[in-house]
Design a binder for this molecule. Structure first.
Ligand code: CA
Length: 225
């Protein structure tokens, strides 16, 4: 899951990006309104964390422009100005949630999870493919009742494939949702992580669930043939 953080205060921005990355999210950061709006309309995100008071362009204007372009990405507004008027204005403009500073990091994470769950409407938890269980709330993975330890990126990749189980996911889509803009697109980062995932999720188990579809991408599925 890939998150855009639009926040100009270095302390808050640093704390958010570090924390979200530790929780297996790919994070892009914009430290002003112009850059934030540009990223929001040109890149693909699963959620946007939007500060309201920003240099260049304020959060309300960004929200208005994003929604006017029919971009439905869930948005959580952050603000120091916790007034009812601001809250109503934000919600009217299409914000999905609102958090007043100072906020607790665990509350932000819980709200992000809730928003993304809504986006993936009614997906069961855990997601089960054959004997593989991906618990997206606990962020834990089991196969054949054995716990599998994954790095944050390996987990993010597996969760993305599990949420789209049965569908062949093109490499570009995987890159967009699992990696942030800090990766080098020329590297074989996906292949490397798919290989690591296979070692942990498929080696020693039967049948293999991670499949390479040549020229098309990757799919997580239980082939019964
Ligand atoms: Ca600010």
């Amino acid at each position: 899951m890939r998150v855009l953080v639009i926040e100009d205060e270095p302390g808050v921005a640093g704390f958010l990006t570090k924390g979200l990355r530790e929780a297996s999210y790919a994070v892009d950061l914009a430290d002003n309104g112009i850059d934030g709006l540009h990223k929001a309309v040109t890149e693909t995100y699963d959620a946007i964390v939007l500060d309201l008071m920003l240099p260049g362009k304020d959060g309300f204007s960004i929200l208005r422009e994003v929604r006017s372009r029919e971009i439905r990405t869930p948005v959580i507004c952050l603000t120091a100005r916790d007034t009812v008027d601001d809250r109503i204005k934000g919600l009217d403009l299409g914000a999905d949630d609102y958090l007043a500073k100072p906020f607790s990091y665990s509350e932000l994470l819980a709200r992000l999870r809730a928003l993304m769950r809504r986006g993936h409407s009614l997906q069961p938890n855990p997601i089960t493919i054959a004997d593989l269980k991906v618990d997206v709330m606990a962020r834990s993975v089991q196969r054949d009742d054995r716990r599998i330890d994954l790095s944050p990126t390996e987990y993010a990749l597996l969760e993305y494939l599990a949420r789209n189980a049965g569908q062949v996911m093109p490499r570009t889509m995987i890159l967009e949702h699992v990696w942030d803009m800090n990766h080098d697109p020329m590297t074989n980062v996906i292949d490397v992580h798919i290989n690591r995932l296979r070692k942990k999720v498929d080696n020693g188990f039967d049948p293999p669930l991670i499949h390479t579809i040549r020229g098309a991408g990757y799919v997580l599925r239980h082939d019964t043939t």
